[in-house]
Write a protein that binds this ligand. Sequence first.
Ligand code: GCO
Length: 255
Amino acid sequence: MSKTIFDLTGRTALVTGSSRGLGAAMALGLAQAGARIIVNGTNAASCDTAATALRAGGHRAEVSVFDVTSEAAITAAFAGFDKAGIEIDILLNNAGIQFRKPLVELETKDWQRVIDTNLTSAFVIGREAAKRMIPRGRGKIINIGSLLSSFGRATVAPYAVSKGGIKMLTQAMTAEWAGFGIQANAIGPGYMITDMNEALINNPTFDGWVKGRTPSKRWGRPEELVGAAVFLASSASDYVNGQIIYVDGGLVAVL
Ligand code: GCO
């Protein structure tokens, strides 16, 4: 298979929430495929550290610090890209939080915070990116869903709702933007080894359940999302639209 089909050289990728975790792993993978990375997060020091590490690996990396729940910060960031002549070719909407509490105990403010961070942000940032991709006739949008885009689980209702919404937002983006050469797709990670899941990993009962419920009998590693991310960011997926690729060890596929 020609390397060029997966080559991201000359492309710029904005990866939200990429100073650590899954976002950092996917950002490194996109960089290794040739993309320039715009590292995003809310903490400037963490973003600078992540960008410095990418540069130390011989990759091109810039930093754009903004809160994905702030429409004003998002529009200002894109105005800054415009002013600097930075064209976002690939948008990876990764930023997300988890908040575990039974529905009857869940406060509306906590519900809203998860929805705003995990779902509304992907709409607002996607809209600003698409406004600039449409005139260019090309663009890649990759939204990070979850196996909870398809399943519910007790105590994580706002997260599951936000990730179910990510699946449908991806399909809505496809409906409106595919005709302009933009491919919008999603990745649905399974149970991955991340800081967000530390409490679950360290819970022997939950750890055992994940290993039993997952056909691959193990937790996933963040770098195992890179293949799907590079595929969806590259020319290899130019006729793939509105899909969610589960990288979950087979969990969603079986009872
Ligand atoms: C949970 C987990 C999940 C996973 C992941 C699965 O509490 O069930 O945090 O949400 O992290 O999102 O795709």
